[in-house]
Design a protein around this ligand. Structure first.
Ligand code: DGY
Length: 321
């Protein structure tokens, strides 16, 4: 008998057919994620669960699945949607997809940095609103990148890929990671710095840390007061790393220069969120890894984790913490 798996969203056909060669598949192909009660219903008796960051995977899900559940394969590098400790207590393996989305996410970070520095979104809105009458020396003047300082908070794969790209634009890079050694910093041509130094010296601050109890609201009211009054905050990590109410206050009062957010708290951002009314704020809907090629690679990697888990093999990419 084939192992049974539940997949919580339509995935790349290549990944689906790879799974179907080994497993009996139940697939939720709704536009919205399966509601929690339906998720619990559909996992009953499955051997494997293929999940997304939009699915809350907790003890209730493991309980509903029962003893047959061997693996949860998350199609993401982040796994803050999953109760890993509760899974480990039950011997359920957790898989994620590191590496394959590094370039796409770093590209998007640079796109946001450039868009904010050069006021691209304001420019598009200006033209669409029929306001473009003439060239003017001060029209939508933005910021130079060359010679400016970029502070990278979280210097893992994505932070490093951002540094590599940013160096081509002449940005000086300050980097913080709890484990960053001087030798590593030299290898990536960045200056190791504390978060405090980054906040006080950087013209652009870009967040690349995972969401953990320690990083929740890392950028709070106090951190925002340390930033330069024209600094731009870029977040492509997880929304709750930033205290969004404090961010709104800092922007509204002109205490920082702008923000470009790929991730928000909550997601989706409510339509009436006051941040959306500020011209110096860019918000996009969690698109860090959203290229067709990258999403296929993520799906294939998650498929391999799922198949390994349901067939009793070690996961190629297991979450171990
Ligand atoms: C991830 O993989 O963690 C991203 O946030 C979703 O692409």
């Amino acid at each position: 008998m084939m192992p049974k798996v539940f997949i919580t969203r339509a995935i790349a056909p290549s990944a689906l057919s790879r799974i179907e060669t080994v497993c009996e598949v139940d697939l939720w192909d709704g536009e919205m994620p399966p509601p929690y009660s339906i998720l619990c219903d559909r996992v009953r008796g499955v051997d494997g669960l293929f999940s997304m960051i939009t699915d809350r995977i907790d003890a209730g899900v493991y309980e509903a699945a029962g003893a047959s559940l061997k693996v949860v394969s998350n199609m993401a590098v982040g796994y803050n949607n999953i109760d890993v400790a509760a899974a480990q207590a039950r011997g359920i393996a957790i898989g994620n997809t590191p590496g394959v989305l590094t370039d796409a996410t770093a590209d998007l970070t640079l796109a946001l940095l450039l868009a904010a520095a050069r006021r691209i979104v304001e420019g598009v809105e200006y033209v669409r609103a029929g306001e473009w009458r003439t060239w003017h020396p001060n029209l939508l003047a933005g910021r130079d990148l060359n010679g400016a300082t970029l502070g990278i908070v979280g210097f893992g794969r994505i932070g490093r890929a951002v540094a590599h790209r940013a160096q081509a634009f002449g940005l000086r890079i300050l980097a913080y990671s709890p484990s960053l050694t001087d030798e590593e910093a030299a290898r990536f041509s960045v200056t190791p710095a504390s978060i405090e130094t980054i906040l006080s010296e950087a013209d652009f601050v870009s967040l690349h840390c995972p969401l953990t109890p320690e990083t929740r609201h890392l950028i709070d009211a106090q951190a925002l007061t340390q930033m330069k009054d024209d600094a731009i905050l870029i977040n492509t990590s997880r929304g709750p790393v930033v205290d969004q109410a404090a961010l709104y206050a800092a922007l509204k009062e002109g205490r920082i220069g702008g923000a470009a957010l790929d991730v928000t708290d909550p997601e989706p951002m409510p339509d009436d969120d006051p941040l959306l009314l500020l011209p110096n704020v860019i918000v996009i809907p969690h698109l860090g890894s959203a290229t067709t090629q990258t999403r296929e690679k993520m799906a294939l990697m998650a498929a391999d984790n799922l198949i390994a888990g349901v067939t009793g093999q070690p996961l190629p990419n297991a979450v171990t913490t």
